[in-house]
Design a protein around this ligand. Sequence first.
Ligand code: NAP
Ligand code: ZN
Length: 353
Amino acid sequence: MYSSKAYSATSEKSPLASTTIARRDPTENDVQIEILFCGICHSDLHQVRNEWSGVMPTVYPCVPGHEIVGRVTKVGPAVTKFKVGDIAAVGCLVDSDGTCPECKESLEQFCPNLILTYNFPDKHTGGVTYGGYSDSIVVTERFVLKVPSNLDLAGAAPLLCAGITTFSPLHHWGVAKGKKVGVVGLGGLGHMGVKFAHALGAHVVLFTTSPNKKEDALRLGADEVVVSRNADEVAKHAGSFDFILDAVSADHDINVYLNLLRRDGNICLVGAPEKPLSVAAFNLLFGRRSLSGSPIGGIAETQEMLDFCGRNNITADVEIIPIQKVNEAYERLVKADVKYRFVIDMASLKSGT
Ligand code: NAP
Ligand code: ZN
């Protein structure tokens, strides 16, 4: 074991603060990574504040962060894909059983024994996994990804969660040229959803509660922008969407969006608000519409998404912050004041406390 600098929360009420954590020394198949950048996902905030206590109660101290890009500092003797000095990335998954039917189909996100990057049992340390708000991490090679060399590293970090979480359902639901696609919420996930849906050739309509994000949404690839608090503007799109991606982090009325779907249209939740959403049955019955959800993505698809981003020059729009500003960034996230992903420059962890 060795010690690593990190930021952790010690309770749901406490801010994140500087600490030291124990990491395992790299074993046979492990890659040790010096973390250069780590994105701030709204899921980090939900977990730090124990807002998902019913499904995934938070174990404290909690070191969040699952949008990790860094440089390889050590590899175990059996590692073949990485060498010291390579750029490497880690997303939301750090392990799975590798033997179940889901893993065999490269769908590790559905493995009954999956291990998430933080707040999951860590068989190596006996504690819980610690995420990327840290200067270093050790991950088994199977869960380490390659970043195309043309991508900016800070802008690439959010691809590891916001990127794959939006890319995967857009593919699964057949978003392509000729489809009308809605994206709800222009935050970290939403802005990647807009970029991907646009790159796939769909007609993209962005729904936002923030009128000041309108210009940006058009620049990011939306064909139309609707301020969702304006019911008349929303109603103009009734019954017209093939697919809607809902990336909202807080309580909201999804019946509004169900009514915008055409026959057999689908709305997929990627947002994970704290409280259950209510659905009026008739909004599904009429038009045989469906409501679905989608969690992150498997490792093969994450690499596919990164390669797609390399080919199409896609990265997140980021605001780079020192780790000392992380609590301020959380306050801004709650207010939807993010353009469009905070990314921590981990060099700040070395210099400050
Ligand atoms: P984020 O950057 O904070 O963006 C959320 C956006 O939702 C806001 O920017 C805002 O967009 C909109 N919003 C916020 N409050 C709202 C309200 N009361 N009513 C309507 N819209 C509201 O969050 P994120 O990191 O993109 O994450 C979004 C959600 O996805 C979170 O719940 C997160 O936990 C979840 N998530 C799920 C997965 C998965 O595997 N499915 C993976 C990562 C994250 P506008 O200003 O445009 O309205
Ligand atoms: Zn995330």
